[in-house]
Design a protein around this ligand. Sequence first.
Ligand SMILES: Cc1cc2nc3c(=O)[nH]c(=O)nc-3n(C[C@H](O)[C@H](O)[C@H](O)COP(=O)(O)OP(=O)(O)OC[C@H]3O[C@@H](n4cnc5c(N)ncnc54)[C@H](O)[C@@H]3O)c2cc1C
Length: 369
Amino acid sequence: MVTGRANVVVVGGGVIGLSVAWRTSAAGYDVCIVDSEPARGASWLAGGMLAPVTEAWPGEEDALRLGEASLRRWPQFAAALAAEGTDPGLSMEGTVVVALDRADADQIDVLAGYLRSLGREVRSLRGSELRRAEPGIGSVRSGLLVLGDLAVDNRKLLSALYEAATGRGVRFVRAEAGTVEPRRVQTPSGTIEGDVVVLAAGAWSGRLHPELADRVRPLKGEILRLRARRSSLAPPRHTVRAVVEGTPIYLVPRADGGLVLGATQYEAGFDRTVTARGVRLLLEGAERIFPSLAEYELLECAAGLRAASVDNLPYLGRLSDGVVAATGHHRNGLLLAPVTADTVLSVITGDRPPPEALPADPKRAKERV
Ligand SMILES: Cc1cc2nc3c(=O)[nH]c(=O)nc-3n(C[C@H](O)[C@H](O)[C@H](O)COP(=O)(O)OP(=O)(O)OC[C@H]3O[C@@H](n4cnc5c(N)ncnc54)[C@H](O)[C@@H]3O)c2cc1C
């Protein structure tokens, strides 16, 4: 039984599905989102870093270029969302990466050298300079200041996207989709047909289309939310990142005095249990970087599922007849939302996609690269 029809049927209403739906509806298409629980998923839990440079590593130049192409779009993307009614909470303060000991400092030097070789702007800071920039930082050896890496309040972003999409007439079908077929999506209550189906179901995408079956997998991450108390030091101004005894830790401040502390990363299938070990690793690591955190109120402990791809690039573009992929964003779905929305819109309209998105073409899934 056909229960619905739209030009564009988006499966998944996380940051990616909502961004795609908003942009395509603003371009004049009739759009619906199929999701039993939109504006949640990994997007609800994410830290909010928009950080292609501090996430960069030699050998991942395609990911860096794609991330930078999206970061360049972010100020305009945020302003356009704010103009639709809700400010998504973009912070322009930048990121500091800190090294606790000599081994970390060597790692950071490698990162800095690599970034400078690509012409990216990074400033090396001694421990004392770092503490001047961020007085709450503990005893650290050195660091890097990356002004270009930004942050967004992921929950405000989701509200802004939801409001903007709804305001543009996007309809929501509160249901779970079965396998995505050419130009149609099956749900328990019937079939929804579209000129095109956009697969944006994050970590669940591999279950919904055979081409992605062993290409997109869940990658668990635990993350905590805290808040400064009246008696404690205010959160850092910048996003602060470090690797503490092998665990990457980041602190992302929110405008209301909140602080997001992330994140563990390990393979656990679709399990979303928060483990005592994960919480301990995060809290111990964060206290080494920012000791006053011990006095903060602990508000939330949660675990989310990143959609990991085999090569750390997302799948953006035509996947099969009538199906466009917008998934596999791994650690960078918030960052990559603007360039993803532009890429999907270009596929739908038949325009040229952003050049930086070409390496993310899903045809490599078929080629089993
Ligand atoms: C702990 C953690 C920290 C992170 N920090 C950052 C960060 O700082 N910066 C950054 O850029 N990224 C970060 N990420 C990654 C980021 O959260 C993801 O890349 C991004 O949220 C992906 O968005 P999405 O819309 O593809 O997936 P999701 O937000 O997971 O949304 C997928 C949606 O699909 C729906 N769905 C699933 N199955 C079906 C089905 N069968 N039918 C219909 N709908 C379905 C779900 O209900 C969900 O709403 C982090 C991730 C985690 C887990």
